[in-house]
Design a protein around this ligand. Sequence first.
Ligand code: CP
Ligand code: NVA
Length: 331
Amino acid sequence: MTRGIQSRSFLTLQDFTPSEITLLLTTAKQFKQMKMLGIPHRQLEGKNIALIFEKPSTRTRTAFTVACVDLGAHPEYLGKDDIQFGKKESVEDTAKVLGRMFDGIQFRGFSHETVELLAEHAGVPVWNGLTDRCHPTQVLADFLTIEEQLGKLKGVKLVYVGDGRNNVANSLLIGSAKMGLHFTIASPSSLFPEQALVEYAQEVARENQGSIIITDDVKKAVHGADAIYTDVWVSMGEEDLFAERIQLLQPYQVNGELMEATANPYTIFLHCLPAFHDLNTDVGKKIFDQFGLTEMEVTDEVFRSKHSVVFDEAENRMHTIKAVMALTLGR
Ligand code: CP
Ligand code: NVA
């Protein structure tokens, strides 16, 4: 039986049961259909939503903004230089002020403790739009995309390749355990996720007929994969680590050879984006000048191949974020 999601914050998938995650995904599918059919779905008419961003964002910012507008709510973007947040006013006091004015607060930033502090003091639902520890709204979109492509989540063999201890990897680990996927992280052992999180996920996975494997053997890991997932080698805030990560992660690049190693012609490719797959970005050009790489975590060939569902995944951020806001703010 699903407990109510109403009035709750959405900080990590650890706080949600498999049936609550299923409800979020089902609701997202309904919103997607309504959007396609042009059926109004203004469940949040008259609500005001604060969108706090300490870090840059394309998808999360625009998904929350369009989701708010489609749901009839007013989004207010609060960038790191727009408010006193943490500089002249504590997170606790800011949370109390924003909670008096807004019905819900999205936070994207550095420390996970900040989003927890906001949720503790705001008195309204707070949604995690990415912290150093996790990126739960991303994984809802990933799961909606996998379901659309493969017709199910339970039993799907999902292999994440790359930086195994970043926010996206952590949230995939938790989400996969909850939803009964067979989830593998293939990364160098120095980038394995925290042992305590792995043990938690393995226990939850067992309860849900799934499994969790953490390995540095990438070729073996991807064999039989239904879905391959990667993320950037250097996350926001870690920019001084490029040299070290390039050295460690080059054998974990998602390229044609790795896709062949799945031995599955129908494997789908996922990436939360943004991705370094060509030289059409400033950072990409700088990396090329410094290290001679034309691509990083995924080759342009795979990124643009028929396996790639990355732009469905990006669109699904909006539909899933609508579900998170509508169910947590629901009447
Ligand atoms: N995937 C994702 O969170 O993208 P943005 O950083 O553009 O929001
Ligand atoms: N791991 C990446 C995800 C970006 C959506 C980062 O934190 O930069």
